[in-house]
Write a protein that binds this ligand. Structure first.
Ligand SMILES: Nc1ncnc2c1ncn2[C@@H]1O[C@H](COP(=O)(O)OP(=O)(O)OP(=O)(O)O)[C@@H](O)[C@H]1O
Length: 244
């Protein structure tokens, strides 16, 4: 199927849904003050992503994709508005509780993997689970299963420097979803990879979303990759707008 066909065959996400959104942004405003000028980046963003759904966030450079992902991932506070994670309002929560939700419910993947260089692939994926309080044995079991699912069963003891770029990024994806988050947020996760490898990583990511039932929001400039996701949205005048 061509990309154009895929694009037009995907129904826009307009009908209301009864199920609780994995992630819900309501009236999010975010501005940056630079000297005398104020940059209004997010201007009333409303955005829902449901379990098992993948959304490509495609917008020109500088329009606020990273800002949106930071706010959605509870890394930054919006100036106003509310972020709900699995129906829980987060704006008024104490920092400690926001951190707990971020650690357990949100997974992040970046353009550069940020794996810990002195640890193996398995240990890198065990880490977030152990921070959450899981025992070593259980964390290793889950990490092994995840890496096996992502085609890295033969690479468990390799350190990041002993893995290819695509393999490193698959380990980063495994690490991000190790705690079975409500939502995976990815900022140009394949921006650093060649087209073939990036294709493979994306395929793995979308398969994992479908199989695991978490939601994924992926900022990407790559139209071909975005065409494979369930929805495509952009940022226009500081608001999230559905494409298709
Ligand atoms: N801490 C900050 N202080 C001031 N301005 C900022 C800050 N962070 C981001 N900006 C500005 O806000 C705008 C949006 O930035 P953001 O990084 O969210 O864009 P983006 O869409 O992710 O861009 P890219 O695709 O290039 O990564 C940019 O114009 C940027 O210069």
């Amino acid at each position: 199927m061509s990309d154009a066909e895929t694009m037009t065959e995907t129904a826009p996400e307009t009908a209301p849904r009864a199920e609780t959104a994995a992630l819900s942004l309501r009236a999010i405003e975010r501005q940056y003050v630079q000297g005398d000028s104020t940059l209004e980046i997010l201007r009333g963003v409303n955005f829902d992503v449901f379990p098992g759904q993948s959304v490509a966030l495609m917008a020109p450079s500088g329009t606020g994709k990273s800002t949106l992902l930071h706010v959605a991932g509870l890394l930054e506070h919006p100036d106003s508005g509310e972020v709900f994670v699995r129906g829980t309002a987060t704006a008024e929560l104490p920092d400690q509780e926001r951190t707990r939700i971020r650690r357990t419910q949100i997974g992040f993947v970046y353009q550069f993997h940020h794996l810990l260089p002195e640890f193996s692939a398995l240990e890198n994926v065990m880490m977030p689970q152990m921070i959450r309080g899981l025992g070593k044995g259980e964390a290793a079991k889950r990490a092994g299963e995840l890496l096996g699912y992502l085609g890295l069963g033969e690479r468990l003891t390799h350190r990041p420097s002993e893995l290819s770029g695509g393999e490193q990024q698959r380990v980063a994806i495994a690490r991000a979803v190790a705690n079975a988050p409500a939502v995976l947020l990815a900022d140009e996760p394949t921006g650093n990879l060649d087209p073939k490898t990036s294709d493979h990583v994306f395929e793995t990511l979308t398969q994992l979303v479908r199989a695991s039932g978490f939601a994924a929001v992926v900022a990407t400039h790559n139209m071909d990759l975005a065409a494979r996701m369930d929805r495509r949205v952009t940022l226009r005048d500081g608001q999230v707008v559905e494409l298709d």
